[in-house]
Design a protein around this ligand. Sequence first.
Ligand SMILES: C[S@@+](CC[C@H](N)C(=O)[O-])C[C@H]1O[C@@H](n2cnc3c(N)ncnc32)[C@H](O)[C@@H]1O
Length: 211
Amino acid sequence: MTGDHRHPIFARLYPRLDAAAARAGGAAHRAELLAGARGRALEVGAGHGANFAHYPGGVTEVVAIEPEPTLRARAVAAAAGAPVPVAVRAGLAEDLDLPDASFDVAVASLVLCSVRDPVRVLAELRRVLRPGGELRFYEHVRSRSPRQAIFQKYTDVLWPYVAAGCHVSRPTGDLIERSGFTVRSERRFDFPASRVPNPSAPHIIGVAVRD
Ligand SMILES: C[S@@+](CC[C@H](N)C(=O)[O-])C[C@H]1O[C@@H](n2cnc3c(N)ncnc32)[C@H](O)[C@@H]1O
């Protein structure tokens, strides 16, 4: 799979937006995402490496894939200060140049909204995880409220053009369940919590186990 994954404006803006989100609760979500993770971890679409500081000591190594060059350079800098060893590589989550069953943990954090083919990415994550390995996910998703889901559907006509391919109406939790994983824990919440309609507010966070 080929394609231009340069998004220079998004790459400059995203770390600033994420810093604001971190202060509003996003940092706690990232810590929740990774709490108790153990062994060898793969993170796809790692962005500027916002998760790296949250990997617990039980993680022996992180392989972090990021296709966007500006974000990848930021991730390399973040890796240098991470509490566990992190190797940052170029690549696409749809085509992982990694052996079968070679990871204990896979991490999908605000990325299944942005990849071209989330079903193919989930198949790749399943392939590289060992049986019983964990998929740790933190994603914004299609709302369970029919009214909000329709709002998201119409927003999604334009949203990917201004947000580097991000979609707000993907039923990512359902896709995970249909991709050979058993969801062990899942929490749904709106983030940021606000009365102003926000198509990317509905989130899920949890752990699914590779069948
Ligand atoms: C919204 S950012 C999230 C970054 C990071 N995961 C986080 O939690 O902050 C989406 C990321 O997915 C990356 N991405 C987009 N398409 C991808 C693909 N096909 N494979 C891997 N990463 C991809 C983007 O370059 C970007 O870094």
